[in-house]
Design a protein around this ligand. Structure first.
Ligand SMILES: Nc1ncnc2c1ncn2[C@@H]1O[C@H](COP(=O)(O)OP(=O)(O)OP(=O)(O)O)[C@@H](O)[C@H]1O
Ligand SMILES: [Mg+2]
Length: 339
């Protein structure tokens, strides 16, 4: 009975696309789009839906309702709305874990954020009911979540492809040796698909349809070229509902520019890696994480472009929150990697 009242600490990854919560001793209990639907009432934004429910309203909101994505390219851009979402998910997690006490929260943050942004994240989490907040750099959390031996003197490389960013880092002795953060991620792939349909098929589609095309037939490698799907949207010249069949090859070609920028970012990071550590990466290879890493054939594509071994994480989208969660379970990790 006492166990029921013990405080259960939380790990939170509030990403551009997805917010994920891990409860100590339980694992991931919540994964929702980072979206809040709000109604304007006398200049004040009142939340009407969070997460999945808010996402389902995207592109189809009634008048007066707006769907807001408070995180832009990995960084909280709208603290009021992010605070509402954090409060919502932290309350949900506390209810689910049956914990009466205010939890300690470990939260993932991008490596490049400023001191002011750090403080704003801490404040948002404390206001949402946390007793203590610790920050962890997302690439380090991602590497821990990929089971990489980050505390050893040999180097590991992780590439986390999220919704708004791709974070690339070489890690050794619990620290980042060199890193590159690109403002390119799954959202840019969706945008490339929207542009392609407009240009090649004169069809106007929304973000949700573009993401569906990416997940259904999108790929990085020609071995998936034979797939096709029917897509509905609005005809550009007629303005009327219309449908076309698209194939995987044209989608692959349409998104190649985004994929090439990821290859370029990895090459840049490898070029600034000290030579002694480059040798480690030849033997250990690259670990791929983040929801964007689930694009079909991406591991094969990167392995061919870079001539290195590429391993997709077992649970790519949850790698950051798993890594942050493992810090709650392991005192040594907690002491060595948290800020
Ligand atoms: N099966 C899939 N194939 C391709 N892309 C996918 C798949 N599943 C999810 N994604 C994409 O993964 C992205 C979200 O990944 P993730 O949740 O890791 O991002 P995030 O952590 O919220 O963003 P960031 O790290 O940039 O702040 C979205 O663009 C989504 O469309
Ligand atoms: Mg992320």
């Amino acid at each position: 009975m006492i166990g029921k009242f013990v405080s259960r600490d939380l790990a939170v990854d509030i990403g551009t696309a997805t917010t994920i919560v891990y409860v100590q001793g339980k694992g991931v209990i919540l994964s929702e789009p980072t979206m809040v639907a709000v109604k304007d009432r006398g200049g004040k934004k009142i939340p009407v839906a969070f997460g999945r429910e808010a996402k389902s309203m995207l592109g189809r909101t009634p008048e007066g309702v707006e769907v807001i994505q408070p995180v832009r390219t990995g960084v909280i851009a709208d603290f009021d709305i992010a605070g509402l979402l954090l409060n919502h998910v932290i309350c949900k997690a506390r209810k689910e874990s049956g914990s009466l006490f205010r939890p300690r929260v470990v939260v993932g943050v991008p490596s490049g954020i400023t001191e002011v942004e750090r403080r704003a994240v801490e404040e948002s989490i404390v206001t949402s009911g946390a007793r203590d907040v610790r920050l962890i750099e997302e690439t380090i959390a991602s590497a821990i979540g990929c089971n990489l031996p980050i505390s050893e003197a040999s180097a590991s490389m992780v590439v986390d492809i999220g919704g708004g960013t791709t974070d690339i880092a070489v890690i050794s002795l619990n620290d980042i040796v060199c890193s590159v953060s690109l403002r390119q991620g799954g959202t840019n792939i969706d945008r490339a698909i929207i542009n392609h349909l407009r240009r090649a098929h004169k069809l106007f589609i929304g973000e949700r349809t573009a993401e569906l095309i990416k997940i259904t037939i999108g790929s990085a490698h020609p071995s998936f070229d034979d797939q096709r799907m029917e897509v509905q949207g609005r005809g550009l010249s007629t303005g009327l509902p219309s449908g076309v069949v698209v194939n995987a090859r044209e989608i692959r070609e349409a998104i190649d520019e985004v994929l090439m920028s990821i290859v370029y970012g990895i090459k840049q990071t490898l070029e600034s890696t000290p030579p002694e550590l480059s040798g480690d990466i030849i033997s250990s290879g690259i670990s791929l994480a983040g929801g964007g890493a689930m694009l079909k054939g991406l591991d094969k594509y990167l392995a061919e472009k870079l001539g290195l071994k590429v391993t997709l994480a077992a649970d790519p989208q949850n790698a950051v929150v798993h890594g942050a969660g493992l810090c709650l379970e392991n005192r040594e990790l907690f002491a060595s990697v948290l800020k």
